[in-house]
Design a binder for this molecule. Sequence first.
Ligand SMILES: [Fe+2]
Length: 173
Amino acid sequence: MRDVTLIDIFHHHIAQKFLNRSGLAHAIAVSYHAFQLAKEHNVDVDIAAKAGLLHDMGHYTWYRNGKWDYDLYKQNDIHPIKGAERAHKLLIRLGENPVKAKTIALAILFHTDSFLPTNDIVRTPLQQIVKWADEKDEEEGGMHHYRTIDFDRAKESLSRLDGWIDLEHKKLG
Ligand SMILES: [Fe+2]
């Protein structure tokens, strides 16, 4: 039995606020990709799916005169740091196992090199999976952050994925 499901996360108001800001459709797509990749690489599917869902929740809105300013973003962005912290706080509040919460937070912290001075970090398999999952869903010019999905469809998708995660855990006994 898992302490926290994707649907538990989805229904929390903090998740609603930040998942909608950076694109709920993207978050769900990355969660699905992370699940699939975790299955292929024998990594815990629950941890991977949660990290995928929450990986971009640290985004700030970099607007100047009503338009997204990519230069401003490139210079000042720390969304993996903020995301790791926000996700950790949210998961602990929801009653997540602290070891899992930390593992998920670290996978979010290292899901991209964009904010780091160098790109020479060595990732764990889980951290690598979340990075790949994100890259699979990326679109030119950050358009993946603007794709939309309605509330009921989002809920359905995450319930389905919760079911698949339970099934994988059952297989492992
Ligand atoms: Fe992303």
